[in-house]
Design a binder for this molecule. Structure first.
Ligand code: UD1
Ligand code: UDP
Length: 361
C-alpha cells in the first residue's frame, strides 16, 4: 500500500513523526514493505528551527519532495500548493493521501487528492472552534468534508462531525500527540541544560507562546497580552514564532522586563520547558493538550478552544487577549483535584494504521 503524507507546518512534523515511526516499525517486522510512505513537505514552514530541526530530532524520514512553497497570503499559498501537489499525486499514484490538522497544507493536500479521486485520511478530524474567522476552521471543515477516513481525538470531535452529517469512516482514535510527548519525555535528561541556560528553576517560571492570526495580525491584542505578562511577578519564557517576531519587529514594540524572548525551540526543549513550568500561557492548539498531559495549568489566550475537555476538567482557562482576564486567571487558578485521561491511551498511531490497512479503498 502506498501512502503520501502531506505536511508543511511545525505541528504537522510532530504528528507525522509518530505515525511514520510506527510505519517503519511495521515494515521492519515484515519481510516485505506493508506500507510505502512517501513524505511531501509543502515548504509552508522553512526556517531551520520551524522545520529541519524537527526532522532530525524526531527522526522523520527525508521528504521525497519539498515543494518550497514558502509564505504568502492564504489564496496564493494554498493555490501554489494545490498546483504543485496535483503534479506529485499524478506522478506517484498513491492508494491514500494522509493529512494532519488544519493548516493551509492540510487543505491543499485534501483538495488536490479529492479532485484526483484519491481517498484521504484526516488525522485530527472533527475539531471545531465554531469561529469561521479562523483560517484553521475553514481548513478543517473542508478537509473533513472530502476525507474518507476521519480520525477523531475525542467523542466531541465525532459529535461535531455528526452535526455536519459526516458519520461514515469516522473513528475515535485518540491523539497521536500524546505519543510524541511520551517519546520526548523519555529523551529528556534529568538536569536539562535549557533551564540553566535561561537561568530559571523548575516550577519558578511561566512559559508563553503566541502565534495565532487573531493575536498577531493586530498589535493591540499582542500589546494587551504582553502588558498582562508584565504585571505577573515571575519570569516568563517566551519562544517567539516567526510570525510574532515579525510583528514585534515592525512595530518596534519592546516586551516587559520579566519576559525572556527566545527563538523557537526544538521539540525536546519545549517539552522540557512545558513540564517544568508553573503555568503555561498560550494560543497554541498543541500546547494546550501537552499542558494537560503534563499536568501543568494552562491559560489559553483565545476566546474559544477546540480542546473543550481541557477547560471542562478545570486545567485550562480561556481569557482571550483581555489583560484583566489574563491577570485574573493567573492569580486565581486552582489546581483541579482530578485529571481524567483525555485523547486516548497512547496507542493511537497503531490503531490509525490498522484502520487504514483494513479500509476498503
Ligand atoms: C500556520 C498555520 C496554523 C498553525 C501554525 C503552526 C495556516 C493558515 N496556519 O500558521 O494553523 O497553528 O502554522 O505554527 O496554515 N514564517 C517565517 N518562517 C517560517 C514560517 C513562517 O518567517 O519558517 C513567517 C512568515 O512571515 C509568514 C508567517 O510566519 O508569513 C506566517 O506563516 P504561515 O505558515 O502562513 O502561518 P503560521 O502563522 O505559521
Ligand atoms: N513547539 C515547539 N517549539 C516551540 C513552540 C512549540 O516544538 O518553540 C511545539 C509544541 O510543543 C507543539 C507544537 O509545536 O507540539 C505546536 O505547534 P504550534 O503552536 O506552532 O501550532 P498549533 O498546535 O497551534 O497548530
Amino acid at each position: 500500500m502506498k501512502i503520501i503524507t502531506i505536511i508543511g507546518a511545525r505541528p504537522q512534523f510532530i504528528k507525522a513523526a509518530v505515525i511514520s515511526r510506527r510505519i517503519s516499525e511495521l515494515n521492519s517486522k515484515n519481510s516485505s514493505h506493508v506500507i510505502d510512505e512517501v513524505i511531501v513537505h509543502t515548504g509552508q514552514h522553512y526556517d531551520e528551527e520551524m522545520s529541519g530541526l524537527f526532522f532530525r530530532e524526531l527522526e522523520i524520514p527525508e521528504p521525497k519532495y519539498n515543494l518550497e512553497i514558502g509564505s504568502g497570503n492564504h489564496g496564493y499559498q494554498t493555490g501554489k500548493m494545490l498546483i504543485a501537489l496535483e503534479e506529485v499525486l499524478q506522478k506517484e499514484e498513491p492508494d491514500w493521501v494522509l493529512v494532519y490538522g488544519d493548516t493551509n497544507s492540510t487543505l491543499a493536500g485534501a483538495l488536490a487528492a479529492t479532485k484526483l479521486h484519491i481517498p484521504i485520511v484526516h488525522v485530527e478530524a472533527g475539531l471545531r472552534s465554531y469561529n469561521r474567522r479562523m483560517p484553521e476552521e475553514i481548513n478543517r471543515v473542508l478537509a473533513d468534508q472530502v476525507s474518507k477516513l476521519l480520525f477523531c481525538p475525542s467523542q466531541t470531535a465525532v459529535d461535531n462531525l455528526a452535526l455536519e452529517g459526516i458519520k461514515k469512516g469516522v473513528h475515535i482514535t485518540g491523539d497521536v500527540m500524546m505519543e510524541a510527548v511520551k517519546f520526548a519525555e523519555d529523551k529528556i535528561p534529568e538536569n536539562p541544560e535549557i533551564l540553566a541556560q535561561l537561568g530559571i528553576k523548575p516550577k519558578k517560571y511561566l512559559l508563553a507562546t503566541v502565534h495565532r492570526a487573531e493575536n498577531t495580525d493586530d498589535i493591540h491584542r499582542l500589546k494587551d497580552i504582553l502588558a498582562a505578562f508584565g504585571t505577573i511577578d515571575s519570569t516568563i519564557v517566551f519562544p517567539v514564532h516567526p510570525r510574532t517576531r515579525k510583528l514585534l519587529e515592525t512595530t518596534k514594540y519592546s516586551s516587559p522586563e520579566n519576559v525572556i524572548l527566545i527563538d523557537p525551540l526544538g521539540y525536546f526543549e519545549i517539552i522540557t520547558l512545558e513540564k517544568n513550568a508553573q503555568m503555561i500561557l498560550t494560543d497554541s492548539g498543541g500546547i494546550q493538550k501537552e499542558a494537560y498531559w503534563l499536568k501543568v495549568p494552562c491559560i489559553t489566550l483565545r476566546e474559544e478552544t477546540e480542546w473543550v475537555e481541557t477547560v471542562s476538567n478545570g486545567w485550562n482557562v480561556l481569557t482571550g487577549a483581555d489583560k484583566d482576564k489574563i491577570i485574573g486567571a493567573v492569580k486565581s487558578f486552582k489546581m483541579p483535584e482530578n485529571h481524567p485521561p483525555l485523547y486516548g491511551d497512547g496507542s493511537t498511531s497503531l490503531y490509525c494504521i490498522q484502520k487504514i490497512l483494513e479500509a476498503k479503498i
